[in-house]
Design a protein around this ligand. Structure first.
Ligand SMILES: Nc1ncnc2c1ncn2[C@@H]1O[C@H](COP(=O)(O)OP(=O)(O)O)[C@@H](O)[C@H]1O
Ligand SMILES: [Mg+2]
Length: 491
C-alpha cells in the first residue's frame, strides 16, 4: 500500500477528539456521541482489546463538567446519621471567595501604627527601623527588639528575663481598636512573614460565621474526574464505606462518623460516567448498580459488620451517572436481566466490530493507530512506512486466523499495540531513529501469541494439552483433544 506524503508515522496526525482516535468502531462511536448528548447508558459487547474502555473514556470528555459537590456534614444530635449536603458550583466558588476574604489583607509593617509594629516584633523601639520579627535584635542599631513594656508590673522583668533566655517576647497577634468614621471598630493584626495581616471587623465577622458552620467533609469534590473505572471493584470500592474507628467515635478520642465516610465509585461517578468492565463479574452487586440507577441515590454505610463504621449511615448520596458497561459475548446472558433492560430501556447496546475491511482508508487508519500507540507510550521512536506495512500485513493475517475474515484488518488492537511496543523496544536497543522494517520482523518472532507458538510446536492446542495432561487425566476423558476450543490451531 502507498501513502502520499507519509514517510513515517511521524507524518500522521493524531486527532484531538478522543472519539476520533477510536479506529474501526464507527457505529459504537456514533452511538457514544448520542449517549453523551442525551445522557443514555451504553452496553458495549465484544472481545477484549477492541476499544470499549477507550469509548467509555472518550464519552466522559463529551459531557459537561460537574455542577455539584457532595459533602457529608456532622449531625450534632445523632452523629451516626451524618447529613448529605449538595453545593452548586456557584456556591462552592462563593465559599472559596468568602474564605479568602476571611483571611483579611496583607500590609507592610510600615503601614500599621508604630506601636502595633513594635508589639509584633517588626519595628525597633529605639530607632524605628523595620525588620522581620524573627530578627531579635535590630539590624541597624543593635538594640534588642522588645515590645513596649508598660503592660503591667512584670513587663519589664519579663523582657529582661526573656532576652536572657533567648525567648521572643513580642506577640504573634495584636487586637486593638481604630476609629472608623464616627465608630470605633475592633481590628486585628497578625504576623504573616514579612507582611502583616489585617483583619477588620467585617472580616472577623465572616470568620466567625465560617467557624459556626457545621463541620463537613467533601466526599465528591466539584473538580473531579468524570470517568470512573470500576473494574473488578470490591463492594466497598463500588458502594462506599465508613472507616472503622478504634475509639468508636468517642467524642474526644475518636474521629467523628462524618469524617470517616468514604464515597464509592457509584458516588464519584455522579454527573459523570461509571465504566464497568466485565459487568457480569460483579455478580450480586449488579443489583446495587440497578438500585443506584433507578433511585439516582444510594446510601453509604459501613460494610464491615465487625467495624464501628457499621452503625453509621448517610442516606440520599446522589448517584446520577451514565453507565457504560462492557462484557464479552459469552457473558451476555449472565447480566442481571432487570439491569440489562434498564440499560437498553434508557440507552443502547452495541456489538463491537472485530475486523474492518482491508482498503486504503483503513490501512491509513492503522498508521494513525500505530502513531497513537507510539505517542502514548512515549519511550519508543516513530515507525517507517515500510515497518508499518508489516504491521498492516500482520493485522490482515490475524483477521484471517483469529476471526476467519478474508481481506480484512483485525480490530483486536490491544494485542497489536503490544507488537508495536515490542518492535519499538528492539529499535531502541539498536539505537535506531525509527522503528524499521527489520525491527518489526524481529518483534514478530517473539511477539507471537503463545497459542500460535504452541500450535507450531505441537501441531494444535489439543495435542499440547494432552501431552501435558497425566495419564489419569486422559482416562477421565476431560482433556479430549478435539473438544478443546483451540483444537483447530488458533482462533
Ligand atoms: N478501536 C481502537 N482504536 C484505537 N486503539 C485501540 C482500539 N481498540 C483498542 N485500542 C488500543 O488498545 C488499548 C486497550 O483498548 P481498550 O479500550 O481497553 O479495549 P477493551 O476495553 O475493549 O478491552 C487502547 O488503550 C488502545 O491503545
Ligand atoms: Mg478495557
Amino acid at each position: 500500500m502507498k501513502f502520499e506524503n507519509v514517510e513515517s508515522t511521524l507524518d500522521v496526525k493524531i486527532p484531538s477528539d478522543p472519539l476520533e482516535r477510536v479506529i474501526g468502531q464507527d457505529e459504537a462511536v456514533r452511538i457514544a456521541k448520542v449517549a453523551a448528548r442525551q445522557r443514555r447508558n451504553l452496553l458495549l459487547v465484544g472481545p477484549p482489546g477492541v476499544g470499549k474502555s477507550m469509548i467509555g473514556q472518550a464519552l466522559s470528555f463529551l459531557i459537561p463538567k460537574p455542577e455539584h459537590e457532595v459533602r457529608v456534614i456532622h449531625n450534632p444530635r445523632y452523629p451516626e446519621r451524618p447529613f448529605v449536603e449538595i453545593k452548586s458550583r456557584a456556591q462552592v466558588e462563593q465559599e472559596e471567595e468568602d474564605m479568602n476574604a476571611a483571611e483579611g489583607y496583607l500590609v507592610k509593617p510600615e503601614d500599621v501604627p508604630p506601636d502595633v509594629a513594635e508589639r509584633l516584633g517588626y519595628r525597633c523601639t529605639k530607632c524605628g527601623f523595620i525588620s522581620i520579627y524573627t530578627e531579635t535584635t535590630c539590624p541597624r542599631c543593635g538594640q534588642p527588639k522588645v515590645q513596649n513594656v508598660n503592660q503591667g508590673p512584670f513587663g519589664d522583668m519579663f523582657n529582661v528575663l526573656g532576652q536572657a533566655l533567648g525567648v521572643q517576647n513580642n506577640q504573634e497577634r495584636v487586637t486593638t481598636t481604630r476609629k472608623y468614621g464616627e465608630k470605633e471598630e475592633v481590628i486585628e493584626y497578625e504576623r504573616a512573614n514579612e507582611m502583616i495581616r489585617v483583619l477588620d471587623e467585617r472580616t472577623l465577622e465572616r470568620k466567625r460565621k465560617m467557624d459556626r458552620k457545621s463541620p463537613s467533609k467533601v466526599i465528591v469534590p466539584i473538580n473531579r474526574n468524570t470517568f470512573i473505572l470500576a473494574t473488578g471493584a470490591s463492594e466497598t470500592e463500588l458502594l462506599g464505606d465508613v472507616r472503622h474507628d478504634p475509639y468508636g467515635g468517642h467524642p474526644q478520642l475518636g474521629t467523628s462518623p462524618y469524617e470517616r465516610v468514604i464515597a464509592g465509585s457509584i458516588h464519584e461517578a455522579h454527573e459523570g460516567v461509571l465504566f464497568i468492565d466485565e459487568i457480569t463479574h460483579l455478580g450480586e452487586l449488579q443489583r446495587s448498580i440497578l438500585t443506584a440507577m433507578q433511585e439516582k441515590k444510594f446510601p453509604i454505610t459501613g460494610r464491615n459488620p465487625q467495624s464501628a463504621g457499621a452503625s453509621v449511615r448517610v442516606d440520599n448520596v446522589p448517584t446520577d451517572f451514565i453507565l457504560v458497561a462492557a462484557c464479552n459475548i459469552q457473558d451476555l446472558q449472565q447480566i442481571l436481566s432487570p439491569l440489562r433492560s434498564r440499560i437498553s430501556g434508557n440507552g443502547y447496546e452495541v456489538l463491537m466490530e472485530v475486523t474492518m475491511p482491508y482498503n486504503e482508508k483503513n490501512a491509513y487508519r492503522y498508521l494513525q493507530f500505530i502513531s497513537q500507540e507510539i505517542n502514548s507510550d512515549g519511550k519508543i521512536p516513530h515507525m517507517t512506512v515500510e515497518g508499518a506495512s508489516l504491521i498492516i500485513e500482520e493485522g490482515k493475517r490475524r483477521a484471517m486466523i483469529v476471526d476467519g475474515k478474508e481481506n480484512a484488518l483485525t480490530l483486536r488492537l490491544r494485542e497489536l499495540g503490544g507488537l508495536v511496543r515490542a518492535a519499538g523496544d528492539i529499535a531502541v536497543s539498536l539505537n535506531h531513529d525509527f522503528i524499521e522494517k527489520k525491527d518489526v520482523i524481529e518483534a514478530l518472532k517473539i511477539y507471537m501469541p503463545v497459542e500460535e507458538k504452541i500450535a507450531k510446536v505441537y501441531g494444535n492446542m489439543g495435542n499440547a494439552i494432552s501431552s501435558e495432561a497425566t495419564a489419569s487425566q486422559k482416562m477421565s476423558g476431560y482433556y479430549g483433544g478435539s473438544s478443546f476450543p483451540y483444537a483447530d490451531g488458533y482462533r
